[in-house]
Design a protein around this ligand. Structure first.
Ligand code: IFM
Length: 445
């Protein structure tokens, strides 16, 4: 059987600034919340930091060579805000922009379309000192930063993503506290989410006003949500969880309103964020595509102890990756079909999908990561199935191009198509990279 993907399908791989760049104090870069967090004892696995990471700041040319070897059509990366504005606002640091200009032109020279994420969690620490995303002023600073990036890179970059996974930035960073800035207050988290969404809408507007003709969207981490049983309480919890994880972000962007039931649920508990006149329409700017990141599925039961949504994920006994995430390829198909229906045939780009496993360099110096290859293969089959049934999926980015700093897990979880020896910075293409290269060459499998 042969599966062909649509013509001009965007085959890519993704990374993010703090996870790969390193050079954390070089050329005038300012401190970000992830520098502060990772340097705080006890916050990351074995105290790992992104100080050096994959040293991509110095090795980007070699890395683009690797992308070319794999045959990537596009590469998704993010910009470090504090490299451009060390204090988050005010005078830009020209050295920072120089780096991204070189990166973008080298990608274009090699025929690899740059896809730029403006915010992948590394807020300048100076802005956090003034309340971070919980402070509405940060929205204005973000828009200024975005405008500066559009002015400098707008003509060279065809694909833009305002935010990566606002759910994670807001909830994991400000309620669960496992990510920077490490706050544990639910109301703050919802306030942060609202400001992230608002800044998305205003940045899209600024992009349109800049006159550039590329495409712009947002990336949401989304899981298909299933009730753990036929029990009414579980079904209600699953509906709530879907609103909490998925619709809280997608609905304002695509429909101009928070999901009414969950908004009321939060309001009843005094948790709803302050929404000013005009906010929802500002968030609801037309976008060119919805970026989705999917790794696993959520099977949900009612949980009396899990304030304030009273919903928890259960395990279903499926195989797991090293992140402990259950592998459920069909879930990606279900999610795509659901989004297509819920948001009227929206164009979708899968901006992340992939798996961490225990990779070992064997005696021949190779990494035979059949488990990752199977993961990618079975998930891609489901993407193809969704496309076959009419879902408008235009691209797929594997997470990640190379092993990197996996946030609180430090360097203990390898997601890359390319193995990185963090002591020597040697790169080794894994078996999955060679396989992916063939998929791209054949536009399918
Ligand atoms: O590494 C992260 C990435 O930064 C955002 N999405 C999920 C990936 C794997 O956890």
């Amino acid at each position: 059987m042969r599966s062909n993907f649509p013509e001009n399908f965007l085959w890519g791989a993704a990374t993010a600034s703090y996870q790969i760049e390193g050079a954390y104090r070089e050329d005038g870069r300012g401190e970000s919340i992830w520098d502060r967090f990772s340097h705080t004892p006890g916050k990351t696995f074995q105290g790992d930091t992104g100080d050096v990471a994959c040293d991509h700041y110095h090795r980007f040319e070699e890395d683009i060579g690797i992308m070319k070897k794999i045959g990537l059509k596009t590469y998704r990366f993010s910009i470090s805000w504090s490299r451009l504005f060390p204090d988050g606002s005010g005078e830009p640091n020209p050295k920072g922009m120089e780096f991204y200009k070189k990166l973008v032109s080298k990608l274009n020279e090699n025929g690899i379309k740059p896809a730029v994420t403006l915010y992948h969690w590394d807020l300048p620490q100076k802005l956090q000192d003034n309340g971070g995303w919980a402070n509405r002023d940060t929205v204005c600073h973000f828009v200024e930063y975005a405008k500066y990036v559009f002015e400098n890179l707008g003509s060279q970059v065809p694909i833009w993503i305002t935010h990566n996974e606002p759910f994670v930035a807001a909830i994991v960073g400000n309620w669960i506290g496992r990510h920077a800035p490490g706050i544990t207050d639910f109301q703050t988290a919802l306030r942060v989410a609202h400001h992230l969404l608002l800044s998305h809408g205003l940045a899209v507007k600024a992009y349109r006003e800049s006159g550039h003709k590329g495409e712009i969207g947002i990336t949401l981490n989304m899981n298909p949500v299933y009730p753990a049983s036929e029990n009414e309480m579980d079904k209600a919890a699953a509906k709530r969880f879907n609103e909490y994880l998925n619709k809280w972000y997608a609905d304002p962007v695509l429909k101009g309103a928070y999901p009414a039931d969950l908004l009321e649920w939060f309001a009843d508990r005094g948790l709803a964020p302050e929404i000013l006149d005009g906010d929802m329409s500002a968030i609801n700017q037309p976008i060119d595509f919805l970026g989705i990141n999917n790794y696993y599925s959520s099977f949900i039961r009612h949980d009396e102890h899990n304030w304030p949504v009273y919903a928890s994920e259960i395990s279903t006994g499926r195989d797991r990756t090293k992140m402990d995430w259950e592998i459920n390829p069909e879930g990606l198909h279900d999610l795509l079909v659901y989004l297509d229906k819920e948001y009227g045939g929206i164009k979708i780009i899968i901006t992340e999908n992939g798996a961490a496993f225990n990779d070992i360099v064997n005696r021949e110096g190779k990494v035979e990561d059949d488990n990752r290859l199977d993961y990618l293969y079975t998930y891609l089959e489901q993407v193809h199935r969704a496309i076959d049934s009419g879902v408008n999926v235009k691209g797929y980015y594997a997470w990640s191009l190379m092993d990197n700093f996996e946030w609180g897990h430090g360097y203990s979880k390898r997601f890359g198509l390319v193995y990185v020896d963090f002591k020597t910075q040697k790169r080794i293409l894994k078996k999955s990279a060679y396989w992916y290269s063939e998929v791209i060459r054949n536009n399918g499998f």
